[in-house]
Design a protein around this ligand. Sequence first.
Ligand code: PLP
Length: 399
Amino acid sequence: MPSGVLRSFLETRLAELEEQGLGNSIEPLEGPNGPVITINGKSFINLSSNNYLGLATDERIIEAGIQAMRIYGAGAGAVRTINGTMTLHAELEEKLAAFKGTEAAIAYQSGFNCNMAAISAVMDQHDAILSDELNHASIIDGCRLSKAKIIRYRHSDMDDLNRKAKEAVESGLFAKVMVITDGVFSMDGDVAKLPDIVDIAERYGLITYVDDAHGSGVLGKGAGTVKHFGLSERIDFQIGTLSKAIGVVGGYVAGTKPLIDWLKVRSRPFLFSTSLPPAAVASCIASIDILRNSTEAYERLWDNANYFKRGLTELGFDIGASETPITPCIIGDEKKTQRFSRILYREGVYAKAIVFPTVPLGTGRVRNMPTAAHTREMLDRALEIYAAAKRELEREDAG
Ligand SMILES: *Cc1c(COP(=O)(O)O)cnc(C)c1O
């Protein structure tokens, strides 16, 4: 019998969520997360995946994974520091460092756990972290885990950051101060103002930490937001994920050799959680090789993104502050946003509604991620459906 306390906690809280329309129904895909997906036997044009370059289903990457699994086995067998480091892991880290233009890199099991690992390996209760208010959940949790004082600054507001950095440093209360930001923000598709952030950091002696999960493969000819701004020498921590544009799974930090040496002895997920499985590592290596040797998928991604964004704008949609393939279609009212997304779904477009509290009240949106793998026909069809959905919503509002 489950404990009565737990049962009543769960029943009450689940009912509350359901009432607020925040219940989560998960629909399993009956195949790969490509440009078209199948759910319950029905096909959808998929505008919800982070598989920006279509690499998750690339034959070369799949084949590399299969080969590695045959040679090295299904699992790595131990944590990295015992004997779960295979030559593959070392090769991946070398490739990541070369890809990012840093001295060294360290791979983790996911982007999320990379933030759990890296922040608390360096920051502690004597320190402070300046954190953009729209930073990803894993950054927020990583900061909390470190026990450093968290000072939130307004989203991309450089005056606010400058003021709070000055205050924190001049207070003399903290041994170290870090500034931490997403490279690309996932709800609006806007890019962090890294040149200004670096200037402020250098003015006050801050440690700099950029989580470029959505920027790698997408900006800077694929190398990411830091490279895009030419700041590779001036950012201490470059975080990335291997699960979005790279198309597989994993996370990493790229930085100086002393930083990576430190993380290898002090970051807990590296020491206490089994390393990435061989197939995933080999697939990541193949993916990075493709990215470094060809900009074809990168160019197709941007062509498709620009085409789709122009299409939505011409239809009269508000795509907000997007500067990347992440394209919000801002509807506003929460209920209306949900209704809009349901019409899209009915007509065969898979794009998720994102509403308060994930984004501010009154800025409900449907978020679109066009990828390199979409064809023009798919994007045209999606735009037709958007146009029809808009007309349907307008008719409903009028009637
Ligand atoms: C997606 C994301 C992560 C998590 O990466 P996973 O590899 O999926 O765990 C971390 N940080 C940011 C900014 C992200 O967008």
